[in-house]
Design a protein around this ligand. Sequence first.
Ligand code: PEP
Ligand code: MG
Length: 591
Amino acid sequence: MSIQLFGIPVSHGVAIGRAVLVASSRVDVAHYFISPPQVEMEVERLLRARDAVAAEFDQLKQELPADAPAELAALLDVHLMLVRDDALIGVARNWIVERHYNAEWALSSQLEVLARQFDEMEDDYLRERKADLEQVVERLLAALVRSPGEPAGGALPLMNARDFAGPDPVVLVASDVAPADMLQFKRSVFTGFITDVGGRTSHTAIVARSMAIPAVVGAREASRLIRPDDWIVIDGDCGVVIVDPSPIMLEEYRFRQRHSELERARLDRLRLTPAVTLDGQPVELLANIGQPEEAAIALQAGAVGIGLYRSEFLFLNRGAELPNEDQQFEAYRDAVRAMQGLPVTIRTVDVGADKPLDRLTIQELRHGHVLNPALGLRAIRWSLSEPAMFRQQLRAILRASVYGRVRILIPMITHEVQVHATLDALARARRQLEEAGRPIAPVEVGVMIEVPAAALHLRPFLRHFDFVSIGTNDLIQYTLAIDRADDAVSHLYDPWHPAVLKLIALVIEQVTAAGKPVSVCGEMAGDPAFTELFLAMGLRSFSMHPAQLAAIKHRILRADAQRLSTFLNEVLNADGPEARALVLLGRPGSH
Ligand code: PEP
Ligand code: MG
């Protein structure tokens, strides 16, 4: 029977495929596809782990003191029975052979299936045996860690299409996926994804959009209700997930899928057309990237530069070790080279909040946890608390400057004292390189405006920085006091809120009046619903995921910026829904 689940649409389009479940965080294990020649070895690994755990139980049983309670021996018998049971090991083995899951993934998937069966049991005693099963699987997973296979690593590595055995397209269903793991999707087989948690501008959602794969987040119970191999339709436009769709539904969605592919192909033809409004105003369309390899994709999509290179992805998923100066330099240089002289805006590391480092911060070491990560030691606050690391990053960026046109962007700055500390660190990094005889080219330094305090008091930033980039994702979060990653309050995360629009308009106006360039690099820049409004505010530089460039260009080509600007005051003085209606009035064909 088909069921529908509702979540937050975060990446457009329709995906149809069979469900691949990544088990909940209860069992935090590596998930990857093995290649066909590795299947036999992986099955061996699983069976070795089974034998090792069974031997452990046997030994424990033999060593039981004579006066041990009888229940203990009985419990060990249950565990021994479970570890040898075909419903666990036999089926996990099939996952490896048929689906090419690694052994840990196969085991944890089968644990999910069996755990659900236990949950449904009427008999209390039997239902409680679920805990035994979990303990047995935990032991098996620990035994697998002791017997490493290839290629292992962090969560979700290496989901290569060539390694995947199944003939049908697959969609990923997970409780949550960390931003760093999401990057692995770039090389993956998944045609869509669904998570139980997350909001529209959580970093997981941002990465999904950058890959243009349909996605729904915040679907609450999805990973519990969906079973492995279920057929799934993801409607990334409406936030609907259909499990086990009827043939008629499937036909309808296949039609929509073809339609959006055609639409995308049509927009792609605009790739090389310059972005100029109907009244002749040129608009700069830049790309947001997270990895150097994406620079080529940005160029291919027609971007005239990189407006935001999120350098933090280099810092995530690497255990306690951070990238050294040379490793960073190489990544920055590769992006700069790929852009062939076009500007590359490298943002200094923005870790913290929903992009935590694997390594604990000093604050976490001291307090054991972070009280409120979104308001804590993130972005420039963290960089300034780690001066040696910060200078190292600045040196790496400066060294890349000789390979093209580099701009440095500082995230989440609010206080003038941070401005001075940042510029001092930069001057020191520059001096160190000069003393070492390393060549450096001129580099512009810009500031991200993402906190209302900074938007309302721009003077210190305008005085010291060369350009401004508005980070609307955080500006909305901090203006409305809504955690952008929390699906429980995502309905209140409203980019149309008059306070948000006023702040953005204020920043664009003041920066433009000061004769400095201003851009928007948050998700609003890539949302066609806001293109006319931004043009009306005087914005002439947008930065977004490469996949969104064509749709925004399409809107710009049909817009009359001069005419739109006459609506601005009315829009800014309207309340949320009215503002939306007024923007529609400014659209071509509506007058
Ligand atoms: C923003 O806050 O709008 C932004 C672009 O930065 P990030 O999404 O990486 O926080
Ligand atoms: Mg931000």
